[in-house]
Design a protein around this ligand. Structure first.
Ligand code: NAD
Ligand code: ZN
Length: 348
């Protein structure tokens, strides 16, 4: 299968390209090589994989790149939390206008299969149960609670402590920032495209992806990269809040395999459909666990819990990735311990 991987020079995209090559497919890359995303120098792509340097908003270049393509794997996006509202136009431009241009070009050129890089951020705070009120949806945490070290969200009805659970794909969307909003809009655009053209689109809602090639020291770098950079400088990883924030750290090679599997399963006979699948390891961990695992693997100083916080961070969000496992037979192969050991030992 010939697959156009947008953002294929990025962290996740370049792993997808390598996986596609090793599974016998023929990937080609379209990537703007945006400076913020490429601080560590030029991307390393397998030999022979064509790479077009272009923006996904460039209709002509995109249309040309789609010639002879069977499917698109859309990874290009401006990622991270950004600076709030100031860079909203750039997020919306890259992520939503970019997706719209790509979809219009796919409609025109008859490409009917799409795998989209979705994100867990569409859910906002994770799933919680109150002993009295069942499943509840706490709103954003108040600054005064966070400043007082009260990090756990409480039941919006009775104020009781809540038990965090796993978020399913049917949970209502609750994007809490500009980036999350653009990731949700990408899915709606893909669903509209699928209905209008008879195409098939799948969004893989990735959890916290880590592994070799992860960008470091950019304002958008993931927490695993920040901890590793601190350890490399001989400093202790600084853990925000009390370190009890639950996440699901999924290895980039597993995410790449999920994409290759989905692309292979997008059957053109089942027309006009959109589906979303959570893509996590299924092994929830805390940010404190992450810092300790990296410090141990690196042999560096033990983490320091600082109590600092960022407004807008969610406390717990962990996905239920059972659907991807049962429908597509995908399974995360890299364990937390193994993945973190490998990650801590590398510098790129
Ligand atoms: N890293 C994570 O933990 C994570 C989690 C959930 C979802 N995602 C999604 O996965 C995808 C890949 O993310 P990543 O972590 O590899 O980020 P990345 O920044 O390493 O890769 C993104 C790539 O897209 C390119 N790009 C950005 N805007 C573009 C544009 N307008 N036109 C063409 N190319 C453009 C960049 O140059 C870069 O190479 C994104 O869609 C992101 O939203 C990532
Ligand atoms: Zn309650």
């Amino acid at each position: 299968m010939r697959v156009l991987v947008t953002g294929g020079a990025g962290f996740i995209g370049s792993h997808i390209v390598r996986t596609l090559v090793s599974w016998g497919h023929e990937p080609l890359v379209l990537d703007a090589l945006r400076p913020g995303a490429h601080t560590a120098g030029p991307p390393s792509l397998p030999e022979g994989v064509p790479c077009v340097r272009a923006d996904v908003r460039d209709e002509q270049r995109v249309r040309k790149a789609l010639r002879g393509v069977d499917a698109v794997c859309h990874q290009a996006a401006k990622v991270g939390l950004g600076e709030g509202v100031a860079d909203a136009p750039d997020y919306v431009g890259c992520n939503d206008l970019g997706t719209a241009v790509l979809l219009a070009a796919m409609a025109e050129t008859g490409v009917r299969r799409l795998a989209l890089a979705g994100s867990m951020v569409v859910y906002g705070e994770g799933r919680y149960d109150c002993p009295r009120h069942g499943t509840v949806r706490p709103g954003p945490r108040a600054e005064r609670d966070l400043a007082a070290g009260r990090f756990e969200p409480r039941c919006p009805r009775c104020g009781q402590d809540l038990v965090p659970g796993l978020v399913g794909e049917d949970a209502p969307a609750d994007p809490r920032n500009v980036y999350a909003t653009t990731k949700l809009a990408q899915e709606h655009l893909a669903a509209a495209w699928a209905r209008a053209t008879g195409g098939r689109a799948v969004s893989l809602r990735y959890h916290n992806v880590y592994g070799p090639g992860m960008p470091r020291d950019t304002p958008y770098a993931g927490v695993a990269a920040l901890f590793r950079s601190a350890l490399a400088r001989g400093e202790a990883p600084r853990v925000f809040e009390d370190g009890g924030q639950r996440r699901d750290f999924v290895h980039v090679r597993d995410v790449a395999a999920a994409n290759a599997l989905v692309l292979g399963a997008l059957d053109e006979r089942e027309r006009g459909g959109f589906a979303a699948y959570n893509t996590g390891s299924g092994e929830p961990r805390t940010v404190g666990d992450l810092a300790r695992a990296l410090a141990t693997a690196h042999g560096g100083p033990a983490p320091v819990v600082t109590g600092e916080f960022r407004l807008g961070d969610v406390r717990h969000v962990t996905a239920d990735s059972g659907l991807l496992r049962s429908r597509l037979g995908w399974k995360a192969e890299v364990s937390f311990e193994e993945g973190m050991r490998e990650f801590a030992a590398r510098t790129e």
